[in-house]
Ligand binder design. Structure first.
Ligand code: XIL
Length: 331
C-alpha cells in the first residue's frame, strides 16, 4: 500500500537505513519497517538489566522476538548495548554479601555476560555498541564517573571490547556516544578511541547517536566531528538519529501539533543533514533512526515527561512527511 520510494533503496549505494524497535512497534509499525528499513536495533531489550535481571537468570524472550523479526524481513541487526551506566542491574556491582564487588568479580561477570549475549546472537547481529556513553559531558575529565570506574578503574572499556571480540571475532565493535558533535566531547571521544587503538584493542567503529534537533548541532560541528572520527581510520554509524522539534533546554509544553512552518523547517534540516551524510558515504556505513514514525518516540518522555514530539520522516499515520519528500530526491 506504499507508493513512495523506499528509503533503503534511495540510500542503497550509501548506507544501511535502520530503526530502533521494540516488541510493540514490530507489530504496530511492521509494514512501515519492512518497506523502508533494512536494519534494526533493539530499543531496550538487549540492555543489561533487560537481558540479565538476576545473576543466574537471563531473559531472552523479547530480544529473541526482535531477532526473529529481523530474520523474517531479511534485515541486518545492530546490538545495543553491552556496557552502560544506565539500565544495568544493581547486583552486578555487589558481592554476595551486599558489599561492593571486587574488580575481579565485576570483570568476571562482565566477561560471562558478554560471552553469553554476543555468543547467542552471533549469527544475527553484525555490529555491537560494546560501550555506551562512557565519556564525561563537561570539563576536562575524560571518563564519566560510574560504578564501573569506581570498582574496575579505567580498563573496563578495553576489557569489554576484548570479551566481545572473543565471543564473535566477526562482529563489528563500536564505541557509541551522544553530544558526539560537541567540540569538547568530540575531542575526548577521539582521545579515548585513539588510545584503545594504540593498545591494540579490537574496535572497529564509532557510533554517533545523533540525538539532534532543528537548531543543534550546527552542520559545521557535525562535519568536523565526522572528519575527526574518520581520521581514526574506523567506520562510522549514526546509531540513534532523531530531529527533535525542541532545543534541549526548551521545556515548553504548549505545542500540540507541528504546524506547516515547523514541518518545513524540519524538512530543510533533514535535507541538509542527508546531503552532508552522503558526502561521507565511504566512511558512514549505517544511519539508524531511534524509532520509525511519529506515533512513537522516546522523546515523548524525554527530556520532558509526556510532551509529544515529532522527530521522524513519517507521521503518526506512517505517511511521509515533508522531510521524507526532501530526502527521497537525494538518491
Ligand atoms: C532510551 C530508550 O529509548 C527509552 O525507552 C528508555 O527509557 C531509555 O533509553 N541513548 C541510548 C539509548 O543509548 O539506549 C537510549 O534509549 C536513548 C539515549
Amino acid at each position: 500500500s506504499y507508493t513512495e520510494p523506499a528509503l533503503k533503496s534511495v540510500f542503497a549505494e550509501d548506507f544501511k537505513i535502520g530503526a530502533a524497535v521494540n516488541p510493540l512497534t514490530i507489530q504496530s509499525q511492521e509494514e512501515l519497517l519492512a518497506y523502508h528499513f533494512n536494519s534494526i536495533t533493539a530499543e531496550n531489550e538487549m540492555k543489561f538489566a533487560s537481558l540479565h535481571p538476576v545473576e543466574i537468570v537471563y531473559s531472552f524472550g523479547d530480544a529473541d522476538r526482535l531477532v526473529a523479526f529481523a530474520r523474517k524481513h531479511n534485515m541486518a541487526m545492530r546490538g545495543h548495548t553491552l556496557l552502560w551506566h544506565n539500565q544495568t542491574s544493581d547486583w552486578l556491582f555487589e558481592d554476595r554479601n551486599g558489599g561492593p564487588a571486587s574488580k575481579e568479580l565485576l570483570l568476571d561477570r562482565l566477561k560471562s555476560h558478554i560471552h553469553t549475549v554476543v555468543g547467542r546472537y552471533k549469527e544475527d547481529i553484525y555490529a555491537w555498541d560494546v560501550v555506551n556513553e562512557a565519556i564525561a559531558d563537561e570539563g576536562d575529565q575524560l571518563l564519566r564517573p560510574s560504578k564501573w570506574i569506581e570498582i574496575a578503574g579505567t580498563d573496563f572499556i578495553a576489557k569489554a571490547f576484548e570479551y566481545a571480540h572473543e565471543a564473535d571475532p566477526k562482529a563489528l565493535l563500536f564505541y557509541n556516544d551522544y553530544n558526539e558533535s560537541d567540540p569538547n566531547k568530540r575531542d575526548k571521544i577521539y582521545t579515548l578511541v585513539k588510545s584503545l587503538l594504540e593498545q591494540g584493542v579490537p574496535i572497529h567503529g564509532v557510533g554517533l547517536q545523533a540525538h539532534w534537533n532543528l537548531y543543534d548541532p550546527t552542520l559545521d560541528d557535525i562535519r568536523a566531528a565526522i572528519e575527526k572520527y574518520a581520521a581514526l581510520g574506523l567506520q562510522l554509524q549514526l546509531t540513534e538519529l532523531d530531529v527533535s522539534m525542541f532545543r534541549f533546554e526548551d521545556k515548553r509544553t504548549d505545542l500540540t501539533a507541528p504546524g506547516a512552518d515547523l514541518l518545513q523547517w524540519q524538512a530543510e534540516r533533514y535535507e541538509a543533514l542527508f546531503r552532508l551524510l552522503k558526502e561521507y558515504r565511504n566512511v558512514i556505513s549505517s544511519v539508524t533512526f531511534w524509532g520509525a514514525a511519529d506515533d512513537y518516540t522516546w522523546l515523548d518522555d524525554f527530556p520532558v515527561r509526556g510532551r509529544k514530539n515529532w522527530p521522524f520522516l513519517f507521521d503518526e499515520q506512517h505517511r511521509p512527511k515533508p522531510a521524507f519528500d526532501r530526502i527521497a530526491n537525494l538518491g
